[in-house]
Design a binder for this molecule. Structure first.
Ligand code: IPE
Ligand code: IPE
Ligand code: MG
Length: 248
């Protein structure tokens, strides 16, 4: 079976541009162009959810000029692509710490959320000012607040309940990631979906994001289908083969 939820760390824009003698921002400009094709292909492949890492909590450390380019590109992407996303019936969400976003970025996000409100197709999530540790801390605080106010008790906490406090809660059972894909050759998660990717398969593509194509996504999804996921169990084991029951 193919993955239902694919999450992509779109990495390598800066190095792609520098290796061609351009400024880093040019890589971001080219990188945005790949997003539309990948979203389209995710729909063609029948994925249920696609999450794209666009800006991490750690990316706030970058020079202001680069951050400004990224915000401008995000706003332009939302403005230009919303009609196409609407035609493709794409559901849209943003995860991350919104409190750090500027009013202009926030209003662009709200406009797209509003325009796509009634869509029922692919669940597209963009991670902006997102860090998994920050998300988990915000969830823990929200739960602690409920306990303090008396509407919940610490003993009630379960994995399912905790998931409901995370930014990905609206995705319900789709929040768990099946496949994490990272471009640029780096092999790390960089604080992306640490809770949701607990049992995700990982794929590292040796190409910078501006060169990533629909075909690359298709190949990654096909390779995923041949992987054996055991989730800690035993592949193909019949109940009679489990230790307790095979004892004679
Ligand atoms: C990914 O490309 C885009 C963002 C993190 C916003 P980078 O900007 O990280 O490019 P490299 O990894 O430095 O080449
Ligand atoms: C991860 O890439 C964040 C995004 C792709 C948005 P980075 O380039 O920021 O990650 P590191 O610094 O290489 O770990
Ligand atoms: Mg990078």
């Amino acid at each position: 079976m193919g993955p239902l939820h694919v999450a992509i760390i779109m990495d390598g824009n800066g190095r792609w541009a520098r290796s061609r003698g351009h400024a880093r921002f040019f890589g971001h400009v080219r990188g945005v162009r790949r997003v539309q094709e990948v979203v389209q292909e995710a729909g063609n492949l029948g994925l249920s959810a696609l999450t794209l890492y666009a800006f991490s909590t750690e990316n706030w450390k970058r020079p202001e000029a680069e951050r400004e380019v990224l915000w401008r590109l995000l706003r332009r992407f939302l403005k230009v692509e919303t009609p196409a996303l609407l035609r493709s019936n794409v559901q849209f969400r943003v995860i991350g710490d919104r409190s750090r976003l500027s009013p202009a970025v926030l209003s662009a996000i709200r406009e797209t959320e509003c325009a796509l409100e009634k869509c029922t197709g692919l669940q597209l999530t963009i991670a902006v000012s997102y860090g998994a540790r920050d998300e988990i801390i915000r969830a823990a605080r929200a739960f602690a607040r409920e306990c303090f106010e008396g509407s919940m008790k610490p003993e009630q906490m379960t994995e399912d309940l905790f998931s409901q406090f995370l930014d990905t809660a609206p995705l319900g059972s789709l929040a768990d990631v099946d496949l994490v894909l990272r471009t640029s050759g780096e092999q790390r998660l960089s604080n992306f979906l640490l809770w949701q990717a607990a049992y995700a398969e990982l794929t590292f593509v040796n190409k910078p994001w501006p060169e990533f194509t629909a075909g690359d996504l298709r190949r990654a999804v096909q390779q995923f289908s041949s992987r054996k996921r055991r989730f800690g169990g035993v592949e193909g084991a019949r109940p009679s083969e489990t230790p307790q029951e095979s004892r004679t």
